[in-house]
Design a protein around this ligand. Structure first.
Ligand SMILES: Cc1cc2nc3c(=O)[nH]c(=O)nc-3n(C[C@H](O)[C@H](O)[C@H](O)COP(=O)(O)O)c2cc1C
Length: 201
């Protein structure tokens, strides 16, 4: 642990910011990738990678299709877990919290910044649904939306938005020699204050 991270002891967001900055320098691809674990109403877990497009003290935001498996599971059970794993730094951050759909104006603003191809893809993809004719189905739908929005701006699809995960607990894990790893668990109490405890490796 270096001196800089030490000063961030009491504030998980300050520490997260430092680690994310270091990950942006160290990770060649998608340092903002995080594993999102959700579970359906029966308790069956599922995990997949998503990109964290925004974070601040309110939480961690990702975007997706609202009819996808993950979005369905979140509607059934909003308790989720996020995991950032930065291999090149031998660090992980685990976040447990509650996922909630973000306001439409926030999703609109982000969607407007996306490349046109991504915007069209969002319209064309029925994410997580089966394609009976393979990729030809997606290509067909892409062709249709290209024609539909030809010569004009692509609005955000009503079935595409973001979720913000409001954290209740954030654990920072950092590799140390002999597996004497550092584990710091921050926990938010009902008043919103964060407390930190060290965990055995
Ligand atoms: C590095 C990486 C980043 C990804 N980012 C996103 C994302 O931000 N949003 C998204 O919907 N899917 C993203 N995906 C695809 C998801 O992992 C997943 O395949 C898709 O969302 C369908 O998941 P579901 O069927 O569980 O809903 C990403 C995949 C990878 C490997």
């Amino acid at each position: 642990m270096n001196q800089q991270t030490d000063t961030a002891h009491d504030d998980p967001f300050k520490l997260f910011g430092l680690w994310m900055k270091e990950a942006e320098l160290a990770e060649p691809d998608n340092p903002n990738a995080m594993i999102l674990a959700s579970a359906d109403a029966r308790g069956q877990p599922g995990a997949r990678a998503v990109l964290c497009k925004h974070w601040d003290e309110r939480g961690f935001v990702f975007y997706t299709n609202l009819e996808s498996r993950k979005a369905r599971e979140i509607r059934e059970n909003p308790k989720v877990s996020l995991l950032f794993y930065w291999k090149s730094l031998a660090r992980q951050v685990r976040i447990d919290g509650i996922a909630e759909q973000i306001p439409d104006d926030e999703a609109d603003a982000y969607f407007a910044t996306r490349p046109r191809g991504s915007q069209l893809g969002a319209w064309a993809s029925r994410q997580s649904a089966e394609m009976p004719n393979g990729k030809a189905d997606f290509e067909q739908r892409l062709h249709e939306v290209e024609e539909r929005f030809h010569g004009r701006e692509v609005p955000r699809p009503p079935f595409w938005s973001g979720f913000r995960v409001t954290p209740r607990a954030i654990e920072f894990w950092e590799e140390q020699p002999f597996r004497w790893h550092d584990r710091r668990l921050f926990h938010r109490n009902d008043e919103g204050a964060w407390t930190m405890s060290w965990l055995y490796p």
